[in-house]
Each structure stands twice: as structure tokens, then as C-alpha cells.
Design a protein around this ligand. Structure first.
Ligand code: AMP
Ligand code: MG
Length: 348
């Protein structure tokens, strides 16, 4: 299959989105930009499209897909009912980086929900995404447009790296500005539960809804609990090299990381370090990455996946990372970093 890549311009925009929409309606796949990360879109109401998405990603088919919609009128068609909690969150956070889990209607095939009776729904805010969803018939199932296990793509070039030859089209709409996937909140349980942290934080959700829980399996790999969502059991975002996250007092962290890096080099490994603008120069490694200024979780969110991919591009075999600020979206940054490390965390 030849993958057509179209960079959206003012001139070609309408025609490109029409063509992309036709691909979806015909049962094909198009990757498209959103404000979080690039999505790999297929017709959410077509079981064959869901199967194609799993194939292209190399992802197990019990991993449910998020259905992307472009307006509120589309919601009742795919859910059993729209609870007051969903209306409230939609009025506050849609369009935007929030995914809600609701009871699915009979119109949504089990292929899309990974066999579940619930469905994940999001209305993105990116204008190309919204117009593409409309052109595609209103219901686009889309996981992140990476091969399974790799970091989610924040640019069309990263999508191409993973998906060239596997999908029909890639719409290039520039860099994904937020850089981390949406917050997922399950509204089918009482109290509502966060299944994946993101830009819409627990604090923001509890202002709107009152008590909100956070799924235990998000916090630790060994929490002993079965994951709530099938998607949560798979290893994610991982670079090819070994990634170790070091937590503790800054001086002890620096000392531990430098010793580990020294040992790595002694074993002839290519080494990398992930730190902040303020601390980067304290480390001796082959490749240095900064998530930005200390305390800027937004900058870290935007850069994290690019850094993990660059670790692969540089062939880094051993990566040591500091921990970063967990305020606000920082909780989501640390969640992804821990997953990328396969929860290999050292406390010093
Ligand atoms: P991605 O598309 O890569 O951003 O990941 C989508 C994730 O959404 C899945 O891996 C699941 O964790 C979650 N998800 C989607 N649908 C459901 C659902 N019905 N119930 C619980 N989690 C879901
Ligand atoms: Mg993903």
C-alpha cells in the first residue's frame, strides 16, 4: 500500500479533508492531527475498520478505541444515555483533551470497543481534526498513530516512521501542541474514575463533579489489581534502550545517575540522560535531553515523546531520567515516563 501524505495548506484544505473523509467512509485508514497526539482514524461504526486499525498498529484487538466526534449532536447516537455528569464535563472541557467512558449503544460494534459494553468518546479541539471527522461521517475511531509499544507520535513525520505503507493517508497538520494523550475518565462507575491522567487534571474534574478516584493500576505496576481497561495492561511508550527513572533528593539523584551512566559506558553502552535545563550539565552521558525548565510540566508534556523517539534514533542503550514536577499535567508526564520505563524506578 502506498501511503499518501498531504500537508494541509489554506489552498488544499477543503479538498484534502474531503479526500480523507472518503477514505474513512470506504473503510480505509487516515492518520490525522489532534491537539494531543496524532490519531490513526477509521470508521468507528464499521467493524472491518477497527480490525484494520489493530493490524496497522500491531495492537491486540482487546484494546478499545476512542471514538472521536465533532459536535454534541453526535453523542446520543453512540451511547445508551448521556448522563448529567457527561453533559457537565462536555460543557466545561469539550472540545478538548478529555475522553469520557459511557455505556455504548447497539450501534457501536464490539470490534471498536474491544468487546466492552462501554465506549470511549472524545471531541478534539484541533480544527483539522474536527473538519476531518465531519467529512468522515461523524464517528472516527482513533488510537494514537504509532506502532504498538512505541511512543505516541507528535508530528506527521513520526507517524510516517511507524505507518508508512500500512495506511492509506497521513494528514500533516503540524506539531501536536499538547504532546500527551487525553485524560480518560470513566463515568459508568460511582464515583467517576480517572483511567489515564492528562491535561484535564483530577483537580479540574473534581471541581466539576465532586469526588473523583484515580485507578490504582496507574500508580504502580505491582498494585496487584486487574486493570480496569484492557488497554492499560500493555507496555507503552517505551524506547528500545533500557530506561531507569531515579527518584529522591536532587544531590543523591545526580550522584546515582552519574554512577549508573559511568557503569553503562564502562560496559560500552551508549548512554543518555533525561533531565531539566537547570540540571542537564551535571550529568556525563553520550546524549543529553532536557524536558525544559524545572517546574514547567507543560513543556515536559510537549517534549517527552519526542525525547523517547530521539533516544531510539540515537541508538541509546541505557537512559537515566530524573523525576519531574507532578503538579497539574505533571502527573500525566510522570505516568507516561513510568510506563515507558516499565516501572523501573530507583529510590535513592
Ligand atoms: P490510545 O488510543 O492509544 O490513546 O488509547 C486508547 C485507550 O483508551 C485504550 O488503550 C484504553 O485504555 C482506553 N479506552 C478506550 N475505550 C475504553 C473503554 N470502553 N473503557 C475503558 N478504557 C477505554
Ligand atoms: Mg496509544
Amino acid at each position: 500500500m502506498v501511503t499518501k501524505v498531504i500537508t494541509i495548506t489554506e489552498e488544499n484544505r477543503a479538498a484534502a479533508l474531503r479526500e480523507a473523509g472518503e477514505i474513512i467512509k470506504a473503510g480505509g485508514l487516515t492518520a490525522f492531527p489532534t491537539e494531543t497526539v496524532y490519531g490513526l482514524g477509521g470508521d468507528a461504526l464499521n467493524p472491518a475498520s477497527a480490525k484494520k486499525i489493530y493490524e496497522a498498529k500491531g495492537r491486540p484487538s482487546d484494546n478499545p478505541l476512542i471514538i472521536h466526534i465533532a459536535n454534541m449532536e453526535a453523542l446520543p447516537y453512540i451511547v445508551e444515555e448521556v448522563p448529567a455528569t457527561a453533559k457537565r464535563l462536555a460543557s466545561l472541557f469539550w472540545p478538548g483533551p478529555l475522553t469520557m467512558i459511557l455505556k455504548k449503544s447497539a450501534r457501536v460494534p464490539y470490534e471498536t470497543t474491544g468487546g466492552l459494553d462501554t465506549v470511549a468518546v472524545r471531541m478534539p479541539v484541533h480544527d483539522v481534526a474536527l473538519d476531518f471527522i465531519e467529512a468522515a461521517g461523524g464517528y472516527v475511531a482513533a488510537p494514537s498513530a504509532n506502532r504498538s509499544g512505541r511512543p505516541s507520535p507528535t508530528t506527521a513525520a513520526y507517524v510516517a516512521e511507524d505507518m508508512e505503507g500500512r495506511i492509506d493517508m497521513i494528514l500533516d497538520g503540524g506539531q501536536a501542541t499538547l504532546g500527551l494523550e487525553s485524560t480518560i475518565v470513566d463515568l459508568t462507575v460511582e464515583p467517576p474514575m480517572i483511567l489515564r491522567p492528562g491535561f484535564v487534571t483530577q483537580e479540574m474534574l473534581s471541581v466539576a463533579l465532586g469526588e473523583i478516584r484515580v485507578d490504582e493500576t496507574l500508580l504502580r505496576a505491582d498494585s496487584g489489581q486487574a486493570p480496569k481497561a484492557p488497554g492499560m495492561k500493555y507496555r507503552h511508550y517505551a524506547p528500545k534502550g533500557e530506561l531507569i527513572v531515579v527518584r529522591g533528593d536532587m544531590r543523591a539523584v545526580t550522584a546515582y545517575m552519574n554512577e549508573a551512566l559511568r557503569q553503562g559506558r564502562a560496559e560500552k553502552k551508549k548512554t543518555g540522560v533525561i533531565a531539566t535545563d537547570e540540571t542537564l550539565e551535571h550529568y556525563q552521558a553520550d546524549v543529553h535531553f532536557s524536558v525544559g525548565e524545572r517546574g514547567s510540566a507543560k513543556a515536559a508534556a510537549e517534549r517527552l515523546y519526542r525525547i523517547l523517539r530521539e533516544c531510539d534514533d540515537e541508538g541509546v542503550e541505557l537512559i537515566l531520567s530524573e523525576c519531574f514536577d507532578e503538579e497539574g499535567v505533571g502527573a500525566a508526564v510522570m505516568n507516561r515516563l513510568m510506563k515507558a520505563a516499565g516501572y523501573h524506578i530507583v529510590d535513592v
